[in-house]
Design a protein around this ligand. Sequence first.
Ligand SMILES: [Zn+2]
Length: 270
Amino acid sequence: MEIIRNIIGTIGAIILTFNTHTLTYTDKRVEEEKKSDIYQEYKISSDTSLEKLAPKKSSASTGSTTSWWSYPSDIKNCTRDGDDLLVLVNKEYKLPKTYAPSDLVSASLSGIRKGENFTLRKITIEDLKSLVKDAKSDGIDLSMRSAYRSYNTQISTYNYWLSANGGSVSATDKVSARAGHSQHQLGTAIDFSSSEIADGLGGTFSGTKASKWLATNAWKYGFVISYPQGYESTTGYSYESWHYRYIGKTYAQEMTNSGMILEMYLRSKN
Ligand SMILES: [Zn+2]
C-alpha cells in the first residue's frame, strides 16, 4: 500500500512539474473540491481544532510516541507577528487565517527565472537578487517554483497533495502543510528549481548543482533550508532540498554559527 501511495505521489509530482499554471489549476480544483467530501472534511477540520485530522496525543516535543509527521492536539497561535522574520510557523504554531504580508511584490524583481509567476515580500528582493547573480557567476541556474501562498491557496495546495496521495493524511502531512501552518504564507519562503531538472519541483532537485550551491551559500544571503535531511522528526516534514526561507543575513549568520537547524533556532527565539 505504501508503494502504491508513493507511485501515486510521484505521478502527482510529475503532473505538477509539467503544469506551469499551478495556481489556475488549483483554483479550479478547489472549486471542484468544495463539492467533495475530502474538501468538506478538511474545511470543517481547519475551521475547528483539527481534531478530526490530528492525533489525540500531544506533540513529539513532549516525549509522546506520536508519529514524527503528526500535528499536536493543542495547536497554538504564532507568538510573533507574521511580518517578523523570526516568527516560528510549524505544526504546533499556526498563522492567523487573516494574515497576509502587506509588502508583496513580483519575485521577478530579483531577476530569478520564472519569478514573474510569484510574489514575495519586498524585504527579500535585494538579497535574492545578489544570490541569483552570484549563483549565475558560478555557472548555476536557478528558477522559482513557488513563493508566497495565501491561506486559501494553501488549502487547495494541501488538498492537491491529499488527492495525489490517494487521500492518505499521514502521507500528505509529511510533504505539505495545512493552511495556517505553511511558511509560504509568510511571503519569505521559496521553492527553487533549475534548468538542470527542467524547472521541476521536488526530490530530483537534491541531485543538482543548484541544490549543492544553495546548501553551501544561501545563508550568506539570508536564506536557510527549512526541512533538512535527517531532521524529519524535528521539523515534522520530509527532506525538502528546494525549500528555503529568508530570515535576513544577520540571523542567518547567527543561525549558521550556532549549528542549529532553522526549526531549533526559531524555537529558541519564540
Ligand atoms: Zn515550499
